[in-house]
Write a protein that binds this ligand. Sequence first.
Ligand code: DQA
Length: 149
Amino acid sequence: MSSVRNRIEVMHGVNLDQLGRRSPAHYGTASFDELQFKVDGFGEELDLSLRFFQTNHEGDFVERLHELDGTVDGIVLNPGAWTHYSYAIRDALELAALPAVEVHLSDIHKREEFRRHSVISDLCLATISGQGIDGYREALVRLRAELGA
Ligand code: DQA
């Protein structure tokens, strides 16, 4: 087994597959495929091995977190609106017990009141918000430092 800890799961939640159709002022104009392509490039540049997952079903997101044990070394996650209220995802993230960084394309602290609170941020090494797709690069750099990859 390789001792390099460089396997990262990049997880997206509800409505993020609709990027490109959602408010460009908040989320930019890139489609979800374009986002994944760009993030994959960050992974290559940083010598990280990325795996992508997206679902609009909360239970599937939870089950994916259950299955991560032993398959990846860290998580980058943008759960979309679940960020603000899903204690189920919070509990599953805690159970996954992996280093995680939370990313939001928009600046959740400068938007509606209900977006300002994240129920997962205290479980994450960092929360990166408002930097668009480049925020994922920062998240990967942060995880790489943590993993010593
Ligand atoms: C988001 C912010 C959330 O408030 C929103 O519900 C999303 C996307 C972001 O990336 O900025 O779906 O997580």
